[in-house]
Write a protein of this length. Structure first.
Ligand code: 6R9
Length: 663
């Protein structure tokens, strides 16, 4: 990358909170930013007070870059905070988990029942030999028992490592072995678009590859007689959930954990290399997920909160399980897909359960746009009062569509930027205070110091600055976080050098998240995608996100992925892959029309050299577009690692079509 990043997209629409929303919001005093900036450590200590500590900490922060320890000396238990303190108080009969399975089965679990079931599961894990400090691998469908198992681990001080139920036997074995897990908790199967995902069979395959540390496998009966042929139990190793869990005592004390004890490991697959086991500890993580859930989602006692992520991703950890339950919220847990049995499934869930807060991903929103407004319009979405987005930059047009068609133009949208490594949301609007701009994650949250850097590691936009200081003109560069924050990762499991090399070597002081960003003249942050994806076109750094947003702005376009393709003269030329909305036909002039649209919208410099209209894009299982593979396609190379793709077939057929077009 050269000096700075061009700033092309100029989005001037703003959406201030309504007076009514502001008046009732959890955070409606703008002074919170100043108070936090004046003394971030003291500010986070105040947030930690919201938790139940068995013993108070003696030192709020010990910082030996890159290692932070928060609330040192404090003792607490994450499960106690998420379950027991509510079960023992006025929330005992409040619904904690509101589960809907793909076939339509519904289970409502109160905090009192959750405490019993988590305790029994914890005792079952103990009976299988799990002790404080051990690791448990969880490979389950998105059912209530997945959250229950995570909490059961936390209760007895065992760390969980959740592996997304769509991963292969190889991935499961690799992660199980890296974490040296003693037990795997799985299910006979899970439902996905009417089919059974054979989780137990895949677990057996993984174990056949060699997982020497695994002693027992606990198997939930989810699909029963629909389990695929060959689903068998290995005597002495495998145990049915229903044969050991319900029999256990409901009495299982919460283990007092040190604030810095391991809570979980979660593997993130970088674009290359083996997955990184991101480590999170207890006190700081729970403090910040608890606080941010309350601020960002404006969570109230009567909300029905639904985060559509899977617990296989960090979003499911922080914003389905730990943050919301610690706040005593009612959380929807949904097993299935948004288009099964039909494309209105999400909206039926919102209508039936009167969901008030919906947190989903841009990839889902763009799919809804592509399918058409008739699906949300056929359901009553009037219970919704706040919408959230996470996982990728949300293009302004997708934001506006979400605002109008899902939020009925009345719900604030929180576009939340964060990572597995950050543990909780770092950049986001506060819905009672922030005037939002479509496509911008707006501002670092109180207590977070975020800078924009140049290649040389100098701050172009400083982390420390007066709260109301505005740059006056847009500044593009690399995002960096300066001060430690409580929920930051404590490392990559077993790989301290890789931890330093990946996040702490690029800059002398700051944490390097790997994302490009700009601040606009008003001091709003725009996340522009991974630094590796930024294009260098004739000496200009151009973000893929801005060109994609200009394409999605065209009425016929549902989704776009942009890459830089090697070019003799320009270094890189802009190349776009475009999916049209359902019902839109490509016509001979479509490509020229789209090129002209981009040039008109953000400038001639960003006009794509070529545009390829396609039916699908390669995405990771959490829905992020893999531009690296599109570069391989465009440059005619062999495809790189495709193991993290949701559907490897997509990129292979794309490659064939692309080659046909070129020849
Ligand atoms: C929570 C999660 C992290 C990467 C991150 C960035 C992208 C996430 C975003 C966003 C723009 C947002 N990302 N949220 N980009 N705007 N609101 O997704 O964690 O799976 O670790 O991915 O996702 O590139 O660096 P993770």
């Amino acid at each position: 990358m050269s000096e700075t990043l061009e700033t092309l997209l100029d989005e001037s629409r703003t959406f201030p909170p309504s007076d009514a929303f502001r008046a009732q919001a959890n955070i409606n005093d703008p002074g919170i930013y100043e108070r936090a900036a004046a003394d971030p450590v003291k500010f986070w200590e105040e947030q930690a007070e919201a938790l139940h500590w068995f013993e108070r900490w003696h030192t709020a922060l010990e910082w030996n870059r890159p290692y932070a320890k928060w609330f040192v000396g404090g003792k607490l238990n994450a499960c106690y905070n998420c379950v027991d303190r509510h079960a023992e108080g006025p929330r005992a009969d409040k619904i904690a988990l509101l589960f809907e399975g793909e076939p339509g089965d519904i289970r409502k679990i109160s905090f009192r029942e959750l405490k019993d079931e988590v305790s029994q599961t914890a005792n079952a894990l103990k009976s299988l030999g799990v002790k404080k400090g051990d690791r448990v691998c969880i490979y389950m469908p998105m059912v209530a028992e997945l959250a229950i198992t995570m909490l059961a681990c936390a209760r007895i001080g065992a760390a969980h490592s959740v592996v997304f139920g769509g991963f292969s036997a190889d991935s499961l074995a690799e992660r199980t072995n890296d974490a040296e897990a003693k037990v795997i908790v799985t299910a006979d199967g899970g439902w996905r678009r009417g089919h059974v995902v054979p989780l137990k069979k895949i677990t057996d395959e993984a174990l056949d590859l060699g997982c020497p540390t695994v002693e027992k496998v606990l198997v939930l009966n989810r699909v029963g007689e629909k389990a695929p042929e060959g689903t068998t139990m290995t005597e002495g190793r495998d145990v049915w959930w229903h044969e050991v869990v319900p029999q256990q005592s409901k009495d299982c004390p919460c283990e007092p954990m040190d604030s810095e004890d391991l809570l979980y490991i979660l593997y993130t697959s970088g674009s290359t290399g083996k997955p990184k086991g991101i480590v999170h500890t207890t006190g700081g993580y729970l403090t910040q997920t608890t606080a941010t859930t309350k601020w960002v989602f404006d969570l109230k006692e009567n909300d029905v909160y639904w985060c559509t992520a899977d617990c296989g991703w960090v979003t499911g950890h922080s914003y389905i399980v730990y943050g919301p339950l610690s706040n005593g919220a009612t959380c929807v847990v949904f097993e299935g897909a948004p288009d099964s049995p039909d494309k209105d499934r999400f909206w039926k869930i919102v209508e039936n359960h009167k969901v008030t807060i919906l947190y989903t991903a841009p990839t889902a929103i763009r799919a809804f746009m592509k399918w058409g407004v008739q699906y949300p319009q056929s359901c009553d979405l009037s219970s919704l009062r706040l919408l959230g987005s996470v996982g990728e930059p949300i293009n302004p047009e997708a934001w506006i569509w979400y605002h109008e068609n899902i939020g009925g133009s009345r719900c604030p949208i929180v576009d939340t930027w964060w990572q597995t490594e950050t543990g909780s949301i770092l950049i986001s609007p506060l819905p009672g205070l922030t005037a939002t701009k479509p496509g911008s994650a707006t501002q670092p949250l109180p207590g977070i110091l975020a800078a924009i850097m140049n290649e040389e590691g100098e701050e172009l936009y400083p982390a420390h600055r007066a709260v109301n200081e505005k740059p006056g003109e847009a500044i593009g560069g690399i995002l960096a976080i300066k001060h430690p924050w409580p929920s930051m990762t404590r490392g990559i499991y077993g790989e301290p050098e890789r931890f330093v090399a990946t996040y702490w070597s690029r800059f002398k002081e700051h944490y390097f998240p790997g994302d490009g960003a700009k601040v606009d003249q008003d001091g709003y942050y725009w996340l522009l995608g991974r630094v590796d994806d930024i294009m260098l076109v004739a000496g200009h750094n151009i973000s893929t996100m801005e060109v994609e947003s200009a394409l999605v702005d065209h009425h016929a376009v549902a989704e776009a992925a942009v890459i830089g393709k090697t070019h003799d003269l320009k270094g890189q030329a802009i190349s776009a892959f475009v999916i049209l909305k359902t019902g839109q036909e490509s016509h001979p002039d479509m490509v020229n029309e789209l090129k002209a649209h981009v040039a008109h919208k953000i400038g001639a410099i960003a006009r794509p050299d070529d545009i390829f209209i396609c039916a699908d894009l390669p995405k990771t299982r959490s829905g992020k577009i893999m531009r690296r593979l599109l570069r391989d396609v465009a440059e005619g190379r062999a495809l790189g690692d495709t193991t993290t793709l949701a559907d490897p077939g997509v990129v292979n057929s794309l490659k064939n079509q692309y080659e046909d077009k070129e020849s």
